[in-house]
Design a protein around this ligand. Sequence first.
Ligand code: HEC
Length: 111
Amino acid sequence: MKMVKLAILIATIAVALFLILPNLSWAANEGAALYQAKCAMCHGADLAGKPAAKIPSLVSAGTKQLSDADLTDAIANGGKDKKASHAFANKGVTPDQVKMVVAYIREAQKK
Ligand code: HEC
């Protein structure tokens, strides 16, 4: 009897992993899509920013040092200065979507 329960447990975990893993990579893809739709026109498709227009790179050494919380705040609330023009939480971007964009930026910073 115990073995059967164990087998069911293992099967359940296997199914759960099978369901969760594709969703994780899907989240990164959605982050990329969101970035391209809402950020790329300013920060560039390659995240390098536009120095001439004073738009910061998101893959610079300085941005790499920002914590996830700082990045999230910059995107959702306009950062320390609370720039309304940069507060995407007020522009229909959900907290989950902000997380996905942060994940996308972190991935790009590793390259
Ligand atoms: C209209 C142009 C524009 C758009 C669109 C835009 N940004 Fe920005 N972003 C800026 C500018 C300009 C700054 C510099 C700070 C400031 O003056 O607001 C900035 C700053 C930032 C910072 C802080 C960087 C640092 O080193 O402190 C992050 C992170 C950021 N943007 C991410 C994003 C993300 C993610 C999106 C899309 C959801 C986005 N931005 C969309 C123009 C833009």
